[in-house]
Design a protein around this ligand. Structure first.
Ligand SMILES: [Zn+2]
Length: 79
């Protein structure tokens, strides 16, 4: 799966980073949990694939929308 810049920015805001070049392994920047979402056929991401198994960034969707997020350029995923 090729990681798109748009996806990287999204994950960055969720405190999630991609730790491999293919984008199969995710890491939570809050608790350092590492997980790999089970991608669907065709490389589509399942709903909530970006959520930390520990729930660190869960249900922050609403909150994130209402506050101003400072965008930081991700360091991984360049192709
Ligand atoms: Zn976490």
């Amino acid at each position: 799966m090729k990681v798109k810049q748009r996806v990287l920015s999204f994950l960055w805001r969720k405190d999630v980073e991609i730790i491999d070049t293919l984008g199969n392994w995710f890491k939570c920047k809050r608790c350092s949990e590492i997980w790999s979402p089970n991608f669907l056929t065709g490389g589509r991401q399942p709903r909530g694939y970006w959520q930390c198994p520990q729930g660190c960034n869960k249900e922050e969707e609403q909150l994130e929308r209402s506050k101003r997020i400072r965008l930081v350029r991700p360091i991984v995923g360049r192709s």
